[in-house]
Design a protein around this ligand. Structure first.
Ligand SMILES: NC(=O)c1ccc[n+]([C@@H]2O[C@H](COP(=O)([O-])OP(=O)(O)OC[C@H]3O[C@@H](n4cnc5c(N)ncnc54)[C@H](OP(=O)(O)O)[C@@H]3O)[C@@H](O)[C@H]2O)c1
Length: 231
């Protein structure tokens, strides 16, 4: 089954690959990125594919979120993918955390996905699939944290997980499924060249999970192979 998917951070990395694969599968794709004028690969894709439209969206910009919601108002969004994210501070070790970079990371990774969900829920609820996916990370799992460190990124993804879980509970009665996904360790600008997965493999696996999730799965934190990650 196809539909309409809206993807944030769609100009590179996992976001761009989501656009590629959903467009190739016949979906209508609303691809959002901070600077469409510089998103050359995404623009090329939109030029050759009728189903891909590009929208400006800095996810921390409340006005742009509002404008996007007004623009898509009459378009049911079957699948909203909160993908945009930052690592924030690479060397956020004990004794070395930077407050301003930490706050910026929380703005992008936690508050922005919430604001995007709040603004677009009306478009999601009138769709057929009614699904929201938040791209989190296994590093946000408190139960899985045995190595410590990475205070900034870990805490932002743990907070995103809490936000998604609450949204799953709150939106269940409206028939909306909210899931949290770990994409694996992926060769992107964030994951770096030593990562184990290509974007193609990661997104193929994530799409497989998204194809089969239903309201029964709402509030779950999925690993790339479809297994459940502890919170
Ligand atoms: N790669 C991995 O191994 C890995 C592992 C676990 C989780 N993840 C998660 O997967 C998601 C995608 O990561 P990635 O690996 O594809 O990273 P990436 O290659 O660094 O791409 C990040 C994307 O997020 C966008 N973005 C950042 N801040 C934004 C903002 N304020 N407004 C709008 N867009 C913004 C970037 O846009 P610009 O080009 O404008 O900066 C870019 O499109 C993230 O949520 C990340 O935490 C990745």
């Amino acid at each position: 089954m196809t539909g309409t998917v809206l993807i944030t951070g769609a100009n590179r990395g996992l976001g761009l690959e989501f656009v590629h694969q959903y467009a190739a599968a016949g979906w209508r794709v609303l691809a959002c990125c901070r600077d469409p004028g510089r998103a050359t690969q995404l623009s090329a894709l939109a030029t050759k594919s009728d189903g891909v439209s590009v929208y400006p969206l800095d996810v921390t910009d409340a006005k742009q979120i509002r404008t996007l919601a007004e623009t898509v108002e009459d378009t049911p969004v079957d699948l909203l993918i909160n993908n945009a994210g930052i690592y924030g501070q690479r060397d956020a070790d004990f004794g070395n955390t930077d407050t301003s970079r930490w706050l910026e990371t929380l703005r992008v990774n936690v508050i922005a996905p919430m604001k995007v969900m709040e603004a677009l829920v009306a478009a999601v609820v009138v769709s057929r699939r009614r699904t929201i996916a938040c791209i989190s990370s296994r590093m946000g799992s408190i139960g899985d944290n045995t190595s410590g460190g990475s205070y900034v990124y870990r805490s932002s993804k743990a907070a995103l997980n809490a936000v998604a879980k609450s949204a799953a509970n709150d939106l269940k009665e409206r028939g909306i499924t909210v899931v949290v996904l770990h994409p694996g360790w992926v060769r992107t600008d964030m994951g770096g060249p030593s990562a184990s997965l290509t974007v193609e493999d990661s997104v193929t696996h994530l799409r497989r999970i998204l194809d089969r999730v239903s309201l029964r799965d709402t509030g779950s934190f999925f690993d790339i192979d479809g297994s459940i990650i502890p919170w």
